[in-house]
Design a protein around this ligand. Structure first.
Ligand code: AHR
Length: 494
């Protein structure tokens, strides 16, 4: 059984860039993301590292060209006091990670460690400031500490701690989930709090300007976006966040592997909900900001399931299957297609937490199916969006249905890329693509596996990885592509 679908690439006058920051990542002090993940400590003798940061992780993430990395949270950010994480490591106070497992951390990974790690990764840092339990002065000081080149109390303290030049951090979150773990605020109250914090975040001119991002809505809380857009003077804000996790059911998440067909369908429905969320939040933003100056920043997204059996429930460690590859493929296509407003996003989270791209165990490291989707899609970073119309057959489960095929396309330096996803768990789909012009050379890669629940393990790390795709045929200006169930294909046309 093969279902028929069609895609038409549109020639467009308007040139919209797919901002590379859509392909951002997120590293919270949570479980084994930082400690025992990225960071194994300067004294570690068994795992190769640079200043305590694993070399294998740095190499893998550089291959992804990760454009930005958000830190230190998440919920943790609103409990974090940055001054506890600077200066001699043996004199730093501890912090109890109250949100995630109640573990005591020694603050050995702090501001210098993170920002130096970003330099190693050749990525831009995105710092989340503490609004929930912090103070205006504390966040203002952090900006001065990392960004001021001249003489000032915080710049001098930075120098005393061994760093002469500022890091010039552009992206700043002003609190996180202010509606929940960041303070349980109302949007009206948070808007006022935000105005105060943002006012005192000087950009220290030499840093090239700050991008201040307000804590945004929880999924479909459209009132949150409406109130913030209305109440925050637009000169004080550059981005509005949005968080949405894909799962079966919030209080009954099901396993990360070994899930049922029904659990898979529900997760896909939840992932596809991102299209509606982004469309509706953007429409509200358009009312107040027709020129689209303020970005919609989806700084937490991904699949969220039950933790792996026997692991700490507060550490959110989960495996990553072809289902996660489908979430990534669908979501990144949504972001690409909405690139005019969605200009930054962060997958949660990079290493060992939630929909991770990397899992570690001792000195071993594996790349997940999500890593491979991110790697295949990196061609869209900073490329020009090619708008498309898509007619998709449905993926049906019981009485419910969602589109089976998801697509986006872009062009850069004379090369066009089309990313296609078939989320259907059973049916092979044929897609007829009407091209915008004629191409001579067509190639591609596919990510798929025998079973939907397949995943890479420390014993079989390369079970799932992209391979050459030869299911595309071209005739005149029409391309016919056959895609197996639960597969991601990225085509390259020259
Ligand atoms: O990513 C895990 C948590 O999910 C974050 O700390 C929080 O912001 C969200 O609720």
């Amino acid at each position: 059984q093969v279902a028929q679908n069609s895609v038409k690439l549109q020639a467009s006058e308007k040139k919209i860039t797919i901002n590379k920051h859509i392909y951002g990542h997120f590293a919270e002090h949570l479980g084994r993301c930082i400690y025992g993940g990225f960071y194994v400590g300067e004294d570690n003798r068994t795992i190769p590292h640079t200043a305590g940061v694993r070399n294998d992780i740095v190499a893998a993430l550089k291959k992804l060209k990760i454009p930005n990395l958000r830190w230190p949270g998440g919920c943790f950010a609103d409990t974090y006091h940055w001054k506890d994480g600077i200066g001699p490591k043996d004199q730093r106070p501890t912090i109890v990670n109250t949100w995630w497992g109640g573990v005591t951390e020694n603050n050995s990974f702090g501001t210098h460690d993170f920002l130096n790690m970003c330099e190693l990764l050749e990525t831009e840092p995105y710092l989340a400031g503490n609004v929930g339990s912090g103070q205006v002065q504390e966040l203002a000081d952090w900006v001065q500490y990392v960004n001021h080149a001249g003489t000032s109390p915080m710049a001098d303290l930075r120098r005393k701690n061994g760093r002469e030049n500022p890091w010039k951090v552009k992206y700043w979150g002003v609190g996180n989930e202010a509606w929940g773990c960041g303070g349980n605020m109302t949007p009206e109250y948070y808007s006022d709090v935000y105005r105060k914090y943002a006012t005192f975040m000087s950009d220290w001119t030499n840093s090239g300007g700050l991008s201040r991002i307000a804590s945004g809505a929880n999924g479909g809380d459209y009132n949150w976006t409406e109130v913030l857009m209305k109440n925050i003077p637009h000169g004080l804000v550059d981005g509005l966040a949005l968080h949405h996790y894909s799962n079966v059911q919030w209080n009954k998440k099901g396993p990360a592997t070994g899930f049922t067909d029904e659990q898979y369908f529900k997760t896909m429905k939840s992932a596809w909900h991102m299209e509606e969320l982004v469309t509706k939040h953007s429409a509200i933003m358009d009312k107040y900001d027709a020129r689209k100056r303020i970005a919609l920043v989806v700084d937490e997204w991904g699949g969220w399931y039950e933790v792996e059996p026997g692991t700490n429930p507060g550490f959110l460690y989960q495996q990553n299957t072809m289902r996660d590859a489908m979430i990534a493929g669908v979501t990144l296509n949504v972001f690409n297609n909405h690139a005019e407003r969605v200009r930054m996003a962060n997958l949660a989270q990079t290493v060992n937490v939630l929909q991770a791209v990397i899992l570690t165990e001792g000195d071993k490291m594996i790349l997940t199916p999500t890593y491979h989707v991110m790697e295949m899609y990196k061609v869209h970073q900073d490329a020009t969006l090619i708008p498309l119309t898509l007619q998709s057959k449905d993926y049906v489960f019981g009485n419910e249905k969602i589109p089976a095929i998801h697509a986006s396309a872009s062009a850069k330096e004379g090369v066009t890329h089309i990313s296609l996803v078939n989320i259907d768990s059973k049916v092979k789909h044929e897609i007829v693509v009407d091209l915008d012009k004629s191409y001579k050379d067509i190639s591609g890669r596919i990510l798929t596996s025998k079973t939907l629940t397949d995943h890479n393990t420390f014993e079989a790390p390369d079970k799932i990885k992209p391979v050459a795709f030869n299911g595309a045929k071209v005739k005149n200006n029409q391309l016919t592509v056959e895609i197996a169930p639960y597969s991601v294909v990225v085509l390259q046309l020259k």
